[in-house]
Design a protein around this ligand. Structure first.
Ligand code: UTP
Length: 406
């Protein structure tokens, strides 16, 4: 951490007319890539959502502030709307795990794939790794003679994609750019043309969308330069003093919080598989249900400490392996509102409030009356952005009465 420098290959949010022009140019490049069918979306949805404590895959979590539409539905509608706008395929790859696979597939079937054609969605399963007793280091059992296994982390993506034959399939379809996002942030702009555009323009192999941390102690990984490479430093690896450090010109070094929205070059991910370059394993302490050798459930630690050590790979460990990387600053209020916790920050409550706030801003911009206590919700099928909402209302594509208010 002492050697880290503020990330240097970075595009900040537009602040001047020249910046606006640069963003518009990038957006045009991204739109071109989308309409030529060279983009695919990867949603990672294999996590167990321990903090949220929801008993189904997190993608099934009802998040729409008025309609209760699920996270999966919001992404499906974003993809449907993008395909429509750019008149292109935009394949959707969804990573599941042993913990989420069957229920996820059943849910998509039950929802008729949200109107998407089933053969344009590619479900693929990540691997599993054994969990160990945090006190003794012994392997934990799920049942007598059966190891307690957990998903191998979002970094399991690289091998899982290759194993499922998806890298080859995407190549055959002419896909070059992979937009990656996580299932728990419904405000991620799926296949964001500006992000894609900067990635393509700067010939990046791995691009990350960051947002400015609200404070040095905010629990977010930070992108930095370390010995000429782009790296993420986890918040847990920084002391409060280090996290607040500024460089000689007064710039805050650890400002660039990771949103977990990336764009990867397909060939870059292929090259990681070819070199057998497995991403490193990290240790996480989490609660894992387990039994003793006779099948009796082991009681939870009375101190409330997680009982297990899980091993996980992180996708952002791919960044330092890329020859060319890029960081693009996103608009935090608009793009980064994840559902991680049961309550408090990054919870369903804060995320629903964000979805309503974004819809309210767009409606206000379109000249619609908005009461101070109204709750709003827009489907991505009604509008993907403020401009589209204004246009669609003006053209009478739908009437103001068809907007969801709570
Ligand atoms: P998190 O690291 O927040 O984990 O995942 P989680 O499982 O959702 O929640 P906790 O930590 O247990 O409370 C971020 C994203 O990465 C995916 C998740 O589904 C989520 O979209 N993920 C995580 C996987 O796809 N596989 C994994 O093994 C872990």
């Amino acid at each position: 951490a002492e050697q880290a420098e503020a990330t240097s290959r970075v595009v900040r949010q537009p602040a001047s007319d020249a910046d606006q022009r640069a963003w518009a140019a990038a957006r045009a490049i991204g739109q071109q890539a989308l309409s030529s069918g060279t983009v695919a979306v990867i949603t990672v949805a294999g996590g167990q959502g321990t903090r949220l404590g929801f008993e189904h895959p997190k993608g099934m979590f009802p998040i729409g502030p008025v309609s209760q539409r699920t996270l999966f539905q919001i992404f499906a509608e974003q993809i449907l709307a993008r395909r429509r706008r750019h008149q292109a395929d935009l394949p959707w790859c969804i990573m599941t795990s042993d913990a989420t696979h069957e229920e996820t597939i059943a849910f998509f079937q039950q929802q008729n794939f949200f109107g998407l054609s089933p053969d344009s969605i590619h479900f693929f399963q990540q691997g599993s790794l054994p969990a160990m007793d945090a006190a003794t280091g012994q392997l934990l059992l799920a049942a007598p003679g059966q190891l307690a296994l957990s998903p191998d982390g979002h970094g399991g993506l690289v091998t899982a994609l290759a194993k499922a034959g998806l890298l080859t399939l995407l190549q055959a379809k002419g896909v070059q750019h992979l937009y990656y996002h996580q299932v728990d942030n419904p405000t991620a702009i799926v296949a964001d043309p500006a992000l894609l555009g900067f990635h393509i323009q700067q010939q990046s192999q791995a691009t990350t969308c960051v947002v400015c941390k609200t404070s040095p102690t905010e629990r977010m990984g930070v992108l930095v330069d370390l010995q000429g490479r782009t790296e993420i430093i986890e918040y847990s690896e920084l002391t409060a003093e280090q996290a607040a450090r500024r460089n000689d010109s007064g710039q805050w070094i650890f400002w660039a919080g990771n949103t977990a929205i990336h764009v990867f070059d397909r060939q870059f991910l292929e090259s990681l598989c070819e070199t057998g370059n497995q991403l490193p394993l990290h240790i996480a302490r989490k609660q894992v249900p387990c039994v003793d050798e006779y099948g009796q459930p082991l009681p939870a630690d009375p101190s409330g400490q997680p009982n297990a050590i899980k091993l996980e790979r992180f996708i952002f460990d791919a960044l330092p392996l890329a020859a060319r990387t890029l960081i693009v600053e996103g608009n935090r209020e608009r793009e980064f509102n994840p559902v991680k916790n049961k309550s408090g920050s990054d919870s369903a409550e804060t995320c629903r409030a964000a979805l309503s706030r974004i819809a309210r801003d767009w409606l206000q911009g379109a000249g619609q009356p908005v009461g101070p206590d109204d709750i709003f919700e827009l489907s991505p099928l009604q509008a993907l952005d403020a401009e589209e909402l204004s246009e669609n209302l003006q053209r009478g594509v739908f009437s103001p009465e068809q907007l969801l208010r709570g």
